[in-house]
Design a protein around this ligand. Structure first.
Ligand code: SF4
Length: 371
């Protein structure tokens, strides 16, 4: 069986809940973190018994993993090392309000190699609008402590926020000397505080920010390699590349979703989701969804076309046993003729114009895989 090379851990605790957030997050409550850590390490032990693991990357996301206290994070790392080992790239998602020089050094000593700093903006007015509790000064300080501790640094940026000045915003980010950046336009998801308040983002503003951000970051040496992600050459996130190349990854923690190999007849993989925190703490499982070879291929296209380099249809055809080079050009004839997709030497990729409408482009493949 193909070994699993990536591991995601969901840490659901946050100091406050942001008004646009639609992740599974909770505020810290007495006894929950202890119960969470106990259950998480039990799960890690079971994981190693069930699947072959050859971990290249581990990612602690959330929520706010850096909101865990030092002794809690140290216990998590120690338990994880004992249960599943460690990896070459280990990322900790960090909230600026939780960083100090000493903590950044501790995270490096614990074995983290990379920090993903959740700053969203370096403009105090935008931060207030987003309901963030940190200031741009705290974000700059946090970035500097993390770099000085020797952690590789990624940060995130929210664009298309009303009143945001993009040129100034990107210039401030470039001063942080990042090697990686994730940029997303503000989206107002149903059920969030922003949706209740009636916040809206005009599509034209979103589109303009999408293309302008790329130009501005490229001038500073951060190149777009995925729809929402930029890196200095060679500093791409290996963990996220695992998702975009449809690799197998395990997931631990409440509401975490994993992608596992399967050797059952008619299946190439299984997607498994976990229950939300209270159910997960009681040991409840989530859903197990079988993935057929055709679904695997369409998932790979859905994720892989987000990448600048696109997907190799020959390799994907070999993995799934399907003649994709024979059947997909016909299914994708209109976007290929319309200049939204390109197919060269078996490599299928979206063009700049195609990225903006990618979900529509892959619809025929999703329908094909369901039929
Ligand atoms: S810090 Fe991140 S995960 Fe936590 S509530 Fe805010 S957006 Fe959601």
């Amino acid at each position: 069986m193909t070994p699993i090379s990536h591991l995601y851990l969901h840490v659901p605790f946050c100091p406050t809940i942001c008004p646009y957030c639609d992740f599974h997050v909770v505020r810290r409550q007495a006894g929950w973190v202890e119960a969470y850590l106990k259950r998480l390490l039990e799960e890690a032990g079971q994981l190693a018994g069930l699947w072959p693991l050859e971990l290249e990357t581990i990612y602690l996301g959330g929520g706010t993993p850096s909101f865990l206290r030092d002794r809690e994070l140290a216990a998590l790392v120690e338990g994880l090392r004992a249960a599943v080992g460690w990896a070459g790239e280990v990322t900790l998602e960090v909230n600026p309000g939780t960083v100090s020089r000493a903590r950044a050094e501790l995270w490096r000593e614990l074995g983290f190699t990379r920090a993903s700093l959740g700053i969203q903006s370096l403009d105090d007015q935008v931060l207030r609008f987003l309901g963030r509790t940190h200031s741009s000064r705290a974000a700059r300080e946090a970035a500097s402590y993390l770099r000085q501790a020797g952690l590789r640094l990624s940060a995130d940026l929210i664009t298309a926020v009303p009143s945001q000045r993009l040129e100034r915003e990107v210039a401030s980010y470039l001063e942080l000397d990042l090697e990686h950046l994730s940029a997303y336009s503000l989206t107002v998801e149903e059920g969030t505080e922003f949706a209740r308040r009636g916040v809206e983002v005009a599509e034209e503003d979103e589109r303009e920010a999408f293309y302008r951000t790329e130009e501005l970051l490229a001038e500073g040496g951060l190149l777009r390699y995925e729809i929402s992600n930029y890196a200095r050459p060679g500093a791409e996130s290996r963990h996220n590349l695992g998702y975009w190349t449809n690799a197998f990854y395990a997931a631990l923690g409440p509401s975490a979703a994993g992608h596992y190999p399967s050797e059952r007849p008619g299946e190439l993989a299984q997607r498994r989701t976990a229950a939300t925190l209270e159910g997960w703490l009681r040991g409840e499982g989530g859903e197990v969804l079988p993935v057929s070879p055709a679904q695997y291929a369409s998932d790979a296209a859905f994720m892989g076309l987000r990448l600048e380099r696109g997907i190799d249809l020959r390799a994907l055809g070999g993995r799934t046993g399907l003649d994709l080079l024979g059947s997909w050009p016909q299914l994708l004839r209109r976007p290929l003729e319309g200049g939204l997709l390109e197919l060269q030497g078996g490599q299928l990729r979206a063009t700049r114009d195609g990225w903006w409408v990618l979900n529509q482009l892959v619809t025929p493949l999703v329908e094909w895989s369901a039929g």
